[in-house]
Write a protein that binds this ligand. Sequence first.
Ligand SMILES: NC(=O)c1ccc[n+]([C@@H]2O[C@H](COP(=O)([O-])OP(=O)(O)OC[C@H]3O[C@@H](n4cnc5c(N)ncnc54)[C@H](OP(=O)(O)O)[C@@H]3O)[C@@H](O)[C@H]2O)c1
Length: 319
Amino acid sequence: MAESRTIRFGIIGTGSIAARFVVGLAHVPGAAAVGTYNRTLSKAFAFNAQHNIPHTYDSVAALLASDIDAVYIATPHPSHASLSIAALQAGRAVLCEKPAAISTAELDAVLAVARDTGVLYMEAMKPPFFPLYREIRQRIDAGEIGEVRFVRAGFANPNVPAGHAVLDPAQAGGSLLDIGIYGAFLAVDWLGAALDVQALGRIGPSGVDTFASIQSRHERGISQLYCGLDCGGSGEALIAGCSGHIVIHEKWWNPSRATVVCANGHREELASIPQGSGLNYETAHFCELLRVSQHESSTVSWPHSRNALELILLAQQKI
Ligand SMILES: NC(=O)c1ccc[n+]([C@@H]2O[C@H](COP(=O)([O-])OP(=O)(O)OC[C@H]3O[C@@H](n4cnc5c(N)ncnc54)[C@H](OP(=O)(O)O)[C@@H]3O)[C@@H](O)[C@H]2O)c1
């Protein structure tokens, strides 16, 4: 794809995160939303009018057949894998909201199609693309806290309205798949795949997990994670190395402030206020990959997505 060409996105699902995606897109040079599909067509028309998007389609197939380069999938969890496969088979690059799928079998099917077609596929796992996370990575790679051996992170939000998809078992809701997946990504990003997962949790009245506390042994260390829909949490993350540690302050999944503490006594406060909606950073990276014809991100690689999902599913089984 020519460097200068605008990357044309189609959006599947015009709910709340899709609106944040479009706000972010305005901060991504050389990218535009050109069409949408939504189950309720009237909401797609309203969305397009609000965000100045020219085309609305009445089927996924029609959107995929239109003049687009990529799709952003922003529908509930159970639809992610089948929509990703349909888009990849149509030759459209896929940026799919988290979780990438609701089972490892589903995700493997997606990745097989991505591999076979050579079309770009990336889970929209936003934290590692924020400027602060990139700075933290540079500092850890430079050895400021030594080899990472422990990760602790939490994300809990008790303000979910009754009836939301995240409380619906039929929509593969629950704290683990919805927000626990962020902590799982952080753990596997720094420590590798989980080898042994222990979990305690609660199932809420609607039948989904509303709280989970997980500890895991990974290839390179140990993690402690929590996620909840029925209580609050501090929203911090700790990345501990053999000669120091870094705390990413709340909300660590949209990182803006962190403290680095080195074993030699050096302490430093880091701050980087995100621009746009925050989703623009992952989108800019995705567009760069598309321009250079890469089909996988090294920042959110396919093994990252698979390892994080596997950790969450193992925890789910134990609750
Ligand atoms: N990255 C992030 O920061 C972030 C934040 C929040 C959510 N998410 C993820 O984004 C996805 C969507 O979440 P959201 O908060 O935007 O949800 P939402 O506001 O409820 O929007 C969901 C959208 O999907 C459509 N939809 C619902 N059920 C569907 C089905 N069975 N088949 C096809 N389309 C369906 C809805 O259409 P109607 O208009 O017809 O209802 C709506 O357009 C989820 O995977 C969630 O985990 C990511």
